[in-house]
Write a new protein. Structure first.
Length: 538
């Protein structure tokens, strides 16, 4: 465990007599050690009270005006007279016992590190208000006065139903104050737990926050400290954003050191749990509207998962390292059935690199609205299946009708295609069968012709001229069998009929001509043999 700071080191640090290395070590130590941090603050407060005890209110006002931007005249009221600076505790008691002009103090609300807030009644209108007063210990801090005055000035330029409105401002007892509308309600995180809101109801509530922050950005104001404690939900369930103490006007150049992450009291400018990587790295020049996008992403993440995207339970330096470098815990690692689109939205809003985040709260809100309306979001790859799924989910009735029609059309097309394929298959099988039958018929016809011609030749050889002529009548006209039978049955001499027979068949079947001539000579030979073997009669 590190040793606490001794009084001498604390005094040198407050007096500004430390070396740069010693100052860095002190600031690192007080960032982690609450005891030493309180010691530094109390010592500085005592020195401040001693330095300011002899200073009149006029001196304070003159000095403040030389070193700070002026409040808008429409909201500034200077209370004349001198007042000595009290300790924070004595000041709180004195305020509680006294009354602001036209205001009656009812109770003290939870105070912050630089200001105390009171619930009061505006006597002329009988309405509840909240009065925020800068603590005496902060009066010597130029930075504290600067942010306190600027908060009133910036809020005065905002007119939105979800942003708390300012009604009055001024100086009393040497202290700065301004009056806001009082919101009767609960912090955002407590409201969600007590109301047991559904997933969708939480997203709808968050969309209202986006609307308010986007409006502030349009007016040129970055909040820079968006967190649950700065968002109050009223009885109607409407959110109200407050505490613009760390707000930054876009395009307004600020003095060096105003935006430093560590303040002069060792407190961090902004809530660690909701701090962006550029804030955690101490780079005020990088802070822009995307810083609020990141803080809103933290809020939505916690609203939907009841935890933070990285570990915030360690020391301050460890948390700062986690914010800058640790990988985010994906929502689906916490809730298995977490919506994929909402997870994509969160991961985009919480990107470490500013260029990879939504470039404005308006873009962030647009994707939230896309999800609520069932439209495709912009931060994930859009595929045809994804678009169809979104369209179907959004237009369920129409999609059902179209789906049924599509099923009918596809079924009809399938049946028609099946019938066509079956018919084509049957046609191919029929043609194949016909070809087989035709080939078989051709073969059978050729076989029949061969058999018939064989019978013809047998009758011709045996001298059965009548039977041979009858068989020759079955041959087709012009066929070689018909021509051969006519040639053999012709009674003319061979010399008279041979030349014509050859001309008729020489081109088609030369071999057939010789075969038929052989039959002619065979018939002659058979006759000679028959005559030679016939018994002789005396």
């Amino acid at each position: 465990m590190k040793m606490c700071l001794d009084t001498e080191v604390v005094n040198r640090y407050i007096a500004g007599n430390c070396t740069s290395d010693e100052r860095r070590k002190v600031e690192t130590h007080i960032a982690e050690c609450k005891t030493c941090r309180e010691k530094v603050e109390s010592t500085r407060a005592e020195r401040t009270a001693q330095k300011q005890s002899a200073t009149t209110t006029k001196d304070i006002k003159d000095t403040s005006r030389r070193n700070r931007p002026k409040l808008s005249e429409s909201i500034t009221k200077s209370i004349q007279g001198a007042a000595s600076v009290l300790s924070d505790t004595a000041f709180s008691a004195k305020i509680s016992e006294s009354t602001f002009e036209n205001y009656e103090i009812l109770e003290e609300l939870p105070r912050g590190g630089q200001a105390v807030v009171y619930k009061a009644i505006h006597i002329p209108t009988k309405t509840n208000v909240a009065i925020k007063v800068l603590l005496p210990s902060m009066l010597a801090s130029e930075r504290a006065r600067y942010h306190f005055e600027r908060e009133a000035e910036l809020i005065a330029h905002l007119d939105h139903p979800n942003i708390v409105k300012i009604r009055d401002s001024g100086i009393i007892h040497g202290q700065y104050y301004f009056v806001m509308e009082y919101i009767q309600g609960q912090p955002l995180d407590r409201y969600i737990r007590l109301q047991n809101l559904s997933f969708r109801e939480r997203v709808i509530l968050f969309r209202k926050l986006c609307t308010a922050v986007s409006y502030a950005h349009q007016q040129g104001i970055i909040h820079r400290d968006l967190k649950f404690g700065n968002i109050i939900i009223d009885k109607r369930g409407e959110p109200h954003i407050l505490d613009f103490g760390l707000a930054k006007a876009i395009g307004l150049s600020e003095e060096a050191g105003k935006d430093a992450v560590v303040t002069m009291t060792g407190q961090w400018a902004g809530s660690l749990s909701n701090m962006s990587p550029e804030q955690a790295a101490g780079k005020p020049g990088l802070i822009d509207v995307r810083t609020d996008v990141y803080s809103l992403g933290i809020i939505l993440y916690h609203m939907l998962t009841d935890t933070y995207p990285y570990d915030i339970s360690g020391s301050t330096l460890e948390v700062l390292q986690n914010i800058q470098k640790a990988d985010l815990i994906r929502p689906r690692q916490i809730i298995r059935k977490f919506d994929a689109d909402v997870e994509a939205i969160l991961l985009t809003a919480l990107a470490k690199e500013r260029t990879e985040r939504y470039q404005s709260v308006a873009e962030f809100q647009h994707d939230i609205e896309n999800w609520l309306e069932g439209r495709p979001i912009s931060v994930r790859s859009v595929s045809t299946v994804y678009l169809l799924r979104k369209i179907i989910a959004r237009h369920r009735y129409t999609s059902t009708v179209v789906g049924l029609l599509l099923v009918i059309i596809l079924s009809f097309a399938y049946v028609s295609l099946n019938l066509y394929v079956t018919a084509k298959k049957a046609q191919r099988e029929s043609e194949s069968l016909a070809k087989r039958w035709n080939a078989e018929a051709t073969n059978n016809l050729m076989f029949a012709r061969q058999v018939t011609f064989t019978l013809f030749l047998q009758a011709y050889r045996d001298g059965r001229s009548g039977e041979a002529k009858e068989i020759a009548g079955y041959f087709a006209k012009g066929s070689k069998e018909k021509m051969a039978s006519e040639f053999l049955l012709d009674s003319k001499s061979l010399a008279e009929k041979e030349s014509g027979f050859r001309r008729g068949l020489s081109d088609k079947s030369p071999w057939f001509v010789d075969f038929i001539l052989g039959e002619h000579y065979l018939k002659k030979l058979l006759k000679l043999i028959s005559a030679a073997t016939k018994p002789y009669k005396a």
